[in-house]
Write a protein that binds this ligand. Structure first.
Ligand code: AMP
Length: 587
């Protein structure tokens, strides 16, 4: 049996190991420690959490520190603040017999001044989350130009959380002479790319099997018309009463709009985007973490670093502009051994993007039908039945029972059950009985050429010949601004001070959000959907967003201004009682 002594560890570390009660090295320690102690090298180690990997890099790192220097010599980047604190604590225990070794944790959501003070006192090892680390480097609080060793811990998770650019930026402040040790549970393409980009002939270590994903995420998509995205999301949510989801939108505007609509429709939702202050964002994140908010509607940038474990669904309201971002989104669910679903709402013209995503994630999507109104009513009904059955009886109710029984005296058990459930059921039933139809498409009738003029929307724009455009240059300009395909802009008609153009109806929102704040030579550019949708010309329609079809509201599932209903539901409180409360509030 291999012993810790045989790995080449220092007496100080061996003494700490004895205090910790570790009897023998774990597999990853046995494989990595001798290599990392022998000579400076880069390393890629595939090992899951719980295999003892912190010590596998921690022991050699500690042993490499020059205690006569107070300069920062080792940097560990980790995806979450929890992990960051955990690693710091472990390292402090491993290094307890080294008098002058300081390890400092640097992570978001805590006082930057306190962390700066600790760094100032001298931190030979820094354990950091990428966002805060980048911030502190930019503020010149941390200097990593002298680090010899950089450890990327849980690299796959960091990339999933969208930290690639931050990592790149941080590493650009370090020397090329340093060694990088990368630890990851899985080896997706992105991690190999990092290994190639930042490392020189790394030694490779694998503990257990190579590509076993720690995640179990299934990927599904629904094809609907562009204007039915919101109704589609609503159906998904209604069909999953216990949903705990992140809904991703492409723009801040959509994020805000979708969150507002959900709140208006009585759901427990909140928006998370860059227009919120840091304090507001922290508040939203805290409420979401505590499950006081059931649905977080977020932009990709704002959602970076969400480290919540039991998210049941990721809903892609739209696919991201950069297809690669999809992995970061879907990685928010299916964590910590739980199963998750990543759902995508696409229009016919976007189905081909699904195929691109499949290539990137190496997994197939299944096309699903949105649940019907009847199906949703049924699911809600049985969900309520389950909740009632699982509710602990509150003995405080006993004293009211005789009166309640008297009130229901002339009703049979069957009638009571029917009436009781009708209270909830009728609301959903009434909504879905009258709900607007959602046309769903099959993947085969994909709109690919953009020539399906029946599915186009005509816009007015207040720029024209006077601004130096002809039909060709305006078409190019619009295609570029809107990031549309070759046939994405059609029937461009340029007049003196204004013009008209068509886009696929699926792209209406894109046009509106692109030109929302757009200025051409300092002048606001105004786009509006034309009243007359024939391609010839067209009168203008008042109000840019006039095509939004207001969806009818179902019942108020969660109180609009209070998230406590969801809290009650999830924490095993009396959800039945809370639904009574809801009704009372409204009546
Ligand atoms: P990690 O994979 O680094 O998160 O480690 C998981 C847990 O195993 C931590 O609580 C470590 O303290 C512990 N551990 C690490 N190495 C050993 C070892 N050789 N023997 C027993 N426990 C260990």
């Amino acid at each position: 049996m291999t012993t810790f002594e045989s790995l080449g560890l220092s007496p100080e570390i061996l003494k700490a190991i004895e205090d910790l009660g570790f009897e023998s090295p774990s597999e990853v320690q046995e494989q990595t420690i001798p290599i990392l102690l022998e000579e400076p090298t880069d390393m890629v180690a595939l090992a899951q959490t719980g295999t003892g990997k912190t010590a596998a890099f921690g022991f050699p790192l500690i042993q490499n520190i020059d205690l006569n220097s107070k300069k920062t010599q080792g940097l560990i980047l980790s995806p979450t603040r929890e992990l960051c604190m955990q690693i710091t604590n472990e390292l402090k225990q491993y290094a307890k017999y080294y008098q002058n070794l300081n390890t400092v944790a640097v992570y978001g959501g805590a006082s930057i001044t306190d962390q700066a003070r600790q760094i100032k006192r001298g931190a030979q090892i820094i354990v950091a989350t990428p966002g805060r680390m980048k911030d502190m480097i930019q503020r010149n609080i941390i200097d990593i130009s002298n680090i010899n060793i950089c450890i990327l811990d849980e690299a796959d998770e960091m990339l999933n959380m969208g930290f690639f650019e931050d990592i790149k930026e941080i590493l650009s402040h370090s020397s090329d002479q340093k060694n990088t040790w990368l630890f990851s549970a899985t080896m997706p393409k992105e991690v190999s790319m990092i290994a190639k980009k930042f490392m020189k002939s790394p030694k490779e270590i694998t503990v257990g099997q190579k590509n076993i994903s720690t995640k179990s995420v299934s990927h599904e998509y629904f094809i609907v018309g562009g204007r039915d995205r919101y109704s589609a999301v609503k159906r998904v949510v209604d069909a999953n009463p216990d949903i705990y989801a992140v809904i991703f939108c492409r723009t801040k505007r959509d994020t805000q709009k979708v969150a507002e609509k959900l709140i208006e429709d009585g759901y427990s939702a909140s928006a998370l985007h860059g227009d919120l202050s840091q304090a507001q964002r922290d508040m939203v994140m805290n409420s979401f973490r505590k499950k006081q908010i059931q649905m977080l509607v977020a932009t990709d940038v704002a959602a970076r670093g969400i480290d919540v474990d039991d998210i049941t669904h990721v809903i892609n309201y739209q696919l991201p502009d950069e297809i690669e971002t999809y992995t970061h989104r879907s990685g928010r669910t299916g964590r910590a051994g739980k199963e998750g679903k990543s759902l995508v709402i696409v229009t016919k013209s976007e189905v081909r993007k699904i195929r691109q995503v499949e290539k990137i994630i190496g997994q197939k999507f299944t096309q699903e039908e949105l649940p019907s109104g009847d199906e949703i009513c049924k699911r809600q009904l049985f969900h309520l039945a389950d909740e009632i059955k699982n509710t602990t009886i509150n003995s405080e109710i006993d004293s009211f029972i005789p009166d309640l029984e008297a009130q229901f005296e002339d009703l049979s058990k069957e009638e009571i059950i029917k009436k009781f459930f009708s209270v909830e059921f009728t609301r959903f039933h009434n909504y879905y009985k009258n709900a607007p139809k959602i046309t769903q498409h099959s993947a085969d009738d994909s709109y690919s050429s953009g020539k399906d003029y029946g599915d186009e929307t005509r816009f007015f724009i207040n720029i024209g010949e006077k601004d130096g455009f002809n039909w060709m240059s305006l078409k190019d300009f619009l295609k570029e601004q809107l990031n549309l395909d070759r046939d994405g802009v059609a029937k461009v008609d340029v007049k003196n001070t204004f013009s008209f153009f068509n886009v696929p109806t699926d792209d209406v929102e894109k046009v509106q959000s692109t030109f929302d704040t757009f200025k051409l030579k300092g002048r606001h550019v105004n786009v509006e959907i034309t009243k007359d949708q024939k391609s010839g010309s067209g009168g203008r329609k008042g109000g840019g967003g006039g095509r939004d079809r207001g969806d009818r509201k179902p019942r108020k599932r969660f109180d609009k201004n209070s998230s406590s209903d969801f809290k009650g539901k999830k924490s095993g409180g009396s959800s039945v009682k809370s639904s009574f409360e809801r009704r009372r509030k409204k009546s």
